[in-house]
Design a protein. Structure first.
Length: 431
């Protein structure tokens, strides 16, 4: 019997979301490897606190430089082709770090990792825009965004134990093997909806019909220069940049903060680091994903729901100030969990916005612009933190600087991004 649109909708699109989430999970294993290896790298290469800050930011240098061209390439060649190349490159980078004979070789491997992983989030944002109607996009986005937090939650203790048992080189080699396995999986599974032989007609029509009037149906492409002048794009980039500053501060420095500032032994600092990231995984999925979509599907104003979660979640990020003067691990972890938990709730909303404000042919470019801002913050956070900690022998000023940036980001969301709706690009130059 032929299926109709009244039949239950198949769930191929959710398998794609899980695939993207697995990619981010593996992606972040590669990233957190460095923070876990701080002491081992100090012993091997004799690096200082400031040098570690630069080493932590090296990945972000190439990641940031690639964002704007990656957005153009994604819109031209699509998620499938770019995703295959990127997942292979980041696998090679992990093996390169494991085999690095000196600090220069290690820096080179981190720079290559930035090139390989650069397309991940813009590509995922574009893929979610293709595979999901807008009323399901927050939850779908949270699947891959929460994987970044979950990777930090389980990756730090797992890689930490590996490092203590087999050494830092083998920990990098093992993440390389996992990355290579994901490359093979992505090559086999991922297709855009129009090319996927396993996508049923019912589900394909459901995706198309649900967003018949969305910005996705606009076909005109717009230049990076033009999009950079749009207030909505700038507001989103500014707000997300402030989020990523705190994210990378904690990603790169949290184990060291717990170990040096609170005098926790290395093994326990690896375990304790997982607590805030587990909390962030839950808020990402439950608040930023499930709750947002549930409220919208029950008739709440979509733009208002997303605005409230975006701004309120970022405001909770100011909880990092509480950690500035925490004297116990428990108090520090509570404040850091409040901070990263709130930011995590806002993140999937933020990543769903490029496909809601930009035409389909420009989603990759908007995603690239946003992630360029993110990675400028990712470069700055570990380096600025390294200098501040070295100068003051304390993390307090590092946390204060991140809170000031968050206030600026909230202003970007309120006064530049505004209502979450398609940009008015009528008559704009598409070249």
């Amino acid at each position: 019997m032929t299926k109709t649109l009244n039949d239950p909708i198949p769930r191929r699109r959710w398998r794609i979301a899980v695939l993207l989430g697995l990619g981010v999970l593996v992606n972040y294993f590669d990233r957190v490897n460095l923070s876990v290896s701080h002491d081992a790298l100090y012993t091997t290469f004799g690096i200082s606190t400031i040098t570690f800050g630069y080493l932590s930011g090296a990945y972000n240098w190439t990641y940031a430089l690639c964002q704007l061209p990656v957005g153009v390439l994604l819109d031209k060649f699509g998620t499938r082709r770019i995703g295959r190349v990127s997942s292979f490159l980041w696998s090679v980078a992990s093996f390169g770090a494991a085999a690095a004979p000196g600090l220069g070789g290690f820096f080179t491997a981190r720079l290559l990792l930035g090139v390989g992983e650069a397309p991940t989030f813009p590509a995922n944002a574009k893929a979610i825009g293709l595979w999901f109607p807008s009323r399901e996009r927050s939850l779908a986005t949270s699947v891959f965004d929460a994987a970044a937090k979950f990777a930090s939650a389980i990756g730090v203790p797992i890689i930490g134990v590996l490092l203590l048992k087999v050494g830092w080189r083998w920990s990098f080699a093992l993440t390389g093997l996992v990355s290579l396995a994901y490359f093979a999986l992505f090559w086999k599974v991922y297709r855009d909806p129009e090319d996927d032989p396993l996508l049923t007609t019912v589900e394909r029509e459901y995706i198309r019909r649900a967003d018949a009037t969305d910005a996705l149906e606009q076909d005109q492409a717009h230049s990076l220069r033009y999009l950079l002048g749009q207030p909505k794009v700038l507001g989103l980039a500014l707000g997300f940049g402030s989020y990523n500053y705190v994210f990378y501060l904690l990603l790169t420095w949290l184990p060291s903060y717990l170990s040096s500032a609170l005098h926790i032994d290395l093994l326990h600092s690896f375990v304790y680091t997982g607590v805030p990231w587990l909390f962030a995984t839950v808020t990402d999925l439950v608040v930023g994903g499930w709750l947002v979509d549930a409220l919208i599907q029950r008739g709440w104003t979509a733009s208002r729901v997303r605005q409230v979660v975006l701004v309120a979640g970022t405001a909770f990020g100011l909880g990092i100030l509480g950690a500035a003067h925490a004297h116990t691990a428990t108090r520090a972890l509570i404040w850091i969990s409040i901070s990263i938990g709130g930011l995590a709730a806002a993140a999937p909303v933020g990543w769903s916005i490029p496909s809601m404000i930009a035409p389909r042919s420009s989603v990759g470019r908007v995603g690239g612009i946003v992630n360029f801002s993110n990675q400028l913050s990712g470069i700055a956070a570990p380096i600025v933190t390294g200098y501040l900690v070295a100068a003051h022998q304390s993390y307090a000023w590092a946390f204060v600087v991140s809170a000031i940036y968050l206030l600026i980001g909230i202003g970007g969301y309120l006064f530049l991004l505004g209502k979450i709706e398609p940009m008015d690009l009528a008559g704009a130059d598409g070249h």
